[in-house]
Design a protein around this ligand. Structure first.
Ligand code: 3HC
Length: 697
């Protein structure tokens, strides 16, 4: 057969084995191989029935996402599925690992499905802005009914084998040996013990059409305001499964799939999927072995330190917490206990498990307790001298191979390396608050950081379930720099006539859950004020500086915690309402600057913000602080709530058109040239007819 599809005879059963690592994605070669192997098996007089199984870690996890957007090549996956279903000998699909998307659709087209007990199955296409396009929307409801099928496709959550058996998607779960159980099932089918059953002819899922239609209606209502087309089209297809003949349903599904494949939302979601995986790949991972990490030390147990400790405990790593005195240590431990108590109260974790995780926590008021730590993360306040002292002490207290990490948001990690005895062991691990919730981890590689330390940081990120992105050293790394640019653009509009409500509403309409001023109020305005004061002496006098944030802080308007910030918060209210004093303050500021306010339409607000973010992203790539535009996107999606379906600022800029972005920047450049002048990289891309995506490799 081919290199990636094998065919053997085991007794009287033909065995087709798919072997396309890492996840058996159903690319063209695999699809062609399956069709050829199926023909061979059908022609093989010795084969009474056929088993399709996979080698390696999983049954196919889907169509090959890298082929999307390119001209389709025969045979298409729907065609492969139809061929399997039409086979004149019984076909058994033997599933292990993660049988997802097109992989599970392949199985749905087989006559029988058996799965390993630890396998999961699912139809997660909606996460890519798509729908199951190889018959899944038509076959799954025939087996499990409308409600389960809609849950499966719209939640995108994989279902464990036993649950899939219970709802009718599987015929058997193999308790021990999947291969032999699949052989037995195939033999039983071959001997007439089981009738041949093309899924298209099954009616089990249509047994209660009233409940089916009710599920369709409920989902349709729930999705009425979704900005994404895919969920609604999934509902349409599942409804069509009940109403149309099978072939017509398949055609309906195909048309909807193609429409979605060409949608900007799907392009953006596919981009983020691939960008996340690219971001996790580092040259160091090829050159160097990660160091083993069996115990972690965390210095500082404030909001950040305790969140980091919880992240490590959740991943099964014992943690030693270090504080400056017993009282602070106790406060830190209490913070961690509270996080677990809340998780248990909300049913996210049972109390026994919470207790087990807490039992892995120890603490001491002295870095001397860090002797057996393999990694020490400092999370003390953002003060260069304090961080230097803490890291130097940690360096003295630990073994030569221990990795030291600084959780700084802005400080120069090259400068911090100077303070430790073994600078090659120091790296930046920038967690985002709350650290046990936020997925992003910026891994800051400083001048002297050793390759195996970088490799360890990426391996750790995977272990603790974070999305890692490599960042070079530079004020604010990737995320905070883009954020600062976004806020600058927004502040300029405030000064020129917009209100915080208008700006936030425009960004929410774009897809953010919260606008920039809502986030500032939530985080506390004093935090960025302290930083501005610290950097005041280094501020470039040529850059436009909007004073509104400083004016508010001088009045003690620190945001939600003070009951007053960009919004007013009545007691217990977290949503806030327009703050009239803030509007008066803005009028004062505008008058002092001689600015006559004007109205800003929502699209202008969005365009200015997006242009500022993308231009800053381009500078980060030029300065090699971000390796590629895709990394900037991953940071903004996972750390700053940029809507995933917009793909991040660089992808959104590509979709808008780089010429348009440049035009917007140039329009702004007169008022604040240093900030708004288009990055040279942007001009270069335009000149060469390229996009940011062209640099993602
Ligand atoms: N196509 C191409 N490559 C894929 C892929 C796919 N569907 N799924 C995973 N990969 C690749 C990844 O890019 C990565 O490649 P790399 O090693 O070169 O970086 C490698 O497989 C391993 O992936 P992960 O790092 O994500 O490994 P995990 O073990 O963490 O997760 C997984 C495995 C659960 C399978 C996860 O990769 C996943 O969720 N994949 C996507 C599943 C999916 O969405 N399937 C539907 C696709 S659309 C479809 O099928 C359309 C059809 O209806 C017509």
């Amino acid at each position: 057969m081919t290199d990636i599809v094998g065919y053997d005879l085991d007794g009287d059963i033909g065995i087709i084995t798919l072997d396309n690592p890492p996840v058996n994605a159903l690319g063209h070669e695999l699809r062609a191989g399956i069709v050829a192997a199926l023909d061979t098996a059908l022609a093989d007089k010795g084969a009474e029935a056929i088993v399709i199984r996979a080698a390696g870690r999983t049954f196919p996890a889907g169509a090959d996402i890298r082929e999307f957007g390119r001209p389709p090549q025969d045979p298409w996956l729907p065609e492969v599925c139809n061929r399997i279903e039409a086979a004149t000998k019984p076909v058994v699909a033997a599933l292990h690992g993660t049988a997802l998307g097109g992989g599970f659709e392949l199985a749905l087209a087989a006559h029988f499905r058996i799965a390993a007990a630890d396998a999961v199955v699912g139809l997660p296409e909606v996460k890519l802005g798509l729908l199951p396009g190889a018959g899944g929307t038509q076959r799954a409801p025939r087996l499990c009914g409308g409600r389960h099928a809609l849950d499966l496709m719209l939640s995108a959550r994989p279902v464990p084998a036993r649950k899939a058996l219970e709802i009718g998607l599987l015929d058997e779960v193999a308790e021990d040996d999947l291969y032999h159980a699949a052989l037995a099932l195939a033999r039983k089918a071959a001997n007439g013990g089981l009738p041949p059953r093309p899924t298209r002819e099954r009616r089990r899922g249509f047994a209660d059409p009233v409940a089916y239609e009710q599920a369709v209606r409920e989902w349709r209502e729930k999705l009425a305001n979704s900005p994404l087309p895919a969920p609604g089209r999934i509902v349409d297809c599942v409804e069509a499964a009940l109403l149309l003949p099978f072939e017509a349903g398949l055609e309906f599904e195909r048309a909807a799939f193609e429409e979605l494949m060409n949608s900007p939302q799907s392009a953006a979601l596919r981009h983020v999927f691939l960008a996340e995986r690219r971001a996790a790949k580092q040259p160091e991972l090829k050159q160097a072995e990660p160091r083993p990490i069996n115990r972690v030390g965390v210095i500082g147990s404030g909001l950040m330190g305790s969140g980091i400790a919880v992240t490590m405990l959740d991943a099964g790593l014992p943690v030693t917490l270090i504080e400056r005195d017993q009282e602070s240590l106790q406060a830190g431990i209490s913070r961690i206990e509270t996080i677990y108590a809340r998780a248990a109260a909300r049913g996210r974790l049972d109390e026994q498990e919470a207790g087990l995780r807490l039992a892995r926590l120890s603490g001491a008021p002295d870095p001397g307790a860090l002797g057996d730590a393999d990694l020490v993360i400092e999370a003390v306040p953002e003060d260069m001298e304090m961080k230097k002292a803490v890291l130097a002490a940690a360096g003295r207290a630990t073994r030569p191979g221990t990795i030291l990490a600084t959780n700084t948001s802005y400080l120069d990690v090259n400068a911090l390396q100077v303070s430790v005895p073994r600078p090659e062991n120091l790296i930046g691990l920038h967690f985002f608050s709350p650290a046990h919730v936020m997925k992003l981890l910026e891994i800051v590689v400083a001048r002297q950081t050793a390759p195996d330390v970088v490799a360890t940081a990426f391996a750790l990120a995977r272990r603790i379930g974070k999305v890692p992105v490599r960042a070079g050293v530079g004020d604010g790394f990737i995320g905070n720099r883009v954020l600062t640019a976004w806020r600058q653009a927004a502040d300029e509009m405030l000064e020129e006539g917009a209100t915080p409500c208008q700006i936030d509403a425009a960004m929410r309409e774009f897809g953010f859950r919260l606008g920039p001023y809502q986030v500032l109020d939530l985080a506390g305005l004093d935090i960025s004020w302290a930083r501005r004061k610290r950097l005041a002496s280094t501020r470039d006098p040529e850059e436009r500086y909007v004073e509104i944030g400083d004016m508010m802080c001088e009045l003690g308007w620190f945001g939600q915690k003070a009951g007053k910030g960009y919004y007013l918060y009545d007691s217990g209210d977290r949503r806030g309402r327009e703050n009239p004093d803030m509007l008066a303050l803005l009028d004062e500021l505008r008058a002092a600057r001689g600015i006559s306010p004007r109205h800003f339409p929502a699209d202008e607000i969005r365009n200015r913000c997006l242009a500022a973010m993308a231009n800053q992203g381009a500078r980060l790539v030029e300065e090699e602080i971000a390796r590629c535009p895709g990394d900037v996107d991953v940071v903004m999606v996972h750390g700053f709530g940029f809507p995933r379906w917009r793909g991040g600022p660089m992808q959104a800029a590509d979709a808008w058109g780089l010429l348009q972005v440049r035009k917007q920047l140039q329009e702004m450049a007169e008022g604040n040239p240093k900030f708004w002048t288009p990055a040279p990289l942007l001009n270069e891309l335009i000149k060469n007819g390229m996009k940011f995506a062209s640099l993602n490799g």
